[in-house]
Design a protein around this ligand. Sequence first.
Ligand SMILES: *Cc1c(COP(=O)(O)O)cnc(C)c1O
Length: 394
Amino acid sequence: MSESRGLLRRYTDSMIQVFGTPQLVLASGQGCWVTDVDGNRYLDLLAGIAVNALGHGHPALVQAVASQAETLIHISNFFTSEPQVRLAERLLDLAAAPHGSGVFFTNSGTEAIEGAIKLSRRTGRRAIIAMEGSFHGRSTGALALTHKAAYREPFGPLIPEVRFVPPNDAAALRSSVDSSTAAIFVEPIQGEAGVRPLTDEYLRLARELATRHGALLVVDEIQTGVGRTGVWFAHQDSGIVPDAMTLAKGLAGGVPIGALVTFGVEVTGMLGAGQHGTTFGGNPLACAAGLAVLHTIEREGLLDNATRVGAIIGALEMDGVSATRGRGLLRAIELDGIPAAAAATAAREAGFIVNPVTPTTLRLVPPLILSEAELGQFTAALPAVLERARRAPR
Ligand SMILES: *Cc1c(COP(=O)(O)O)cnc(C)c1O
């Protein structure tokens, strides 16, 4: 029996089965490549779901984590550390946040969303508007804003007064926001829905309506942020300034971290001493990792790399591909008559990890360091992969 099969059997016997059966048992990674316990290599075009921004084993991240681990890993929020302060300052700088803005660090995206929900309740209002197709996380608060009924319904009742509106529908948004609205939550590009962008006009309308009615505009950049779309934060393309932004996934390159960023003195002041907290959030280890990621994105020109290499995916044309969507290295390949799950299986058998994010869509969210040559290996193999998937028994 292969190493993988033995470990998968033990996994099944020891883990709560919320993830089904894992596709692979991974042993190591280097750059954009991972190796399983049986020695098979794969080009990782998923990057831990848009997390491993610098790929695997990047020396800058390894060095930052190793040296911070030797210094201080965790201290609680009774204390602070230089990496924490520097990461907060760097994020505010990159977000072009006005004076008086602030950061609250968490350990995950969901927790950043929870912080944003609590922030919105400090308006004294309760109603929240979210988008159809949205994904904001799995805690009972974040889940209430997550559109997929199968995720939500077994766990209700969740927090009340959440209304879902169809994305990019200006009239529906206009008729939904009023003086009872605490916040509008948007993802600039809905990742889990299959890489579905909001238009710049729609984001600007959401900004305008939130301002007019005294609601907060919360931009969930957990998947789109930190260079993923070729800019630091995807909403920046539209020119809007949100009231709050959530970050996580790519921020520390795989070390767990999230952040709630609040814009301006007024919003930042809405959460005061004792009103929110975390034990692990913002520890020096995670913050040192975050600093290394931001520094490396800048030093290695990874925003430009994401734009340039991502454009190649955006321009893909071949039999079996009906469309592509997305920006930078957050991309969808829409398949024509080929189940995405079968395509992902065929890709994996050919040595490529991709994600069938919907029944008809492959999502590619590779490391931001992906080279044109590496992507070229995938695009060259794709016609045969799709042909194989087309013929796979259904
Ligand atoms: C992944 C994701 C979340 C949840 O983040 P976790 O770290 O899994 O808790 C929330 N919002 C968006 C847009 C995401 O992509």
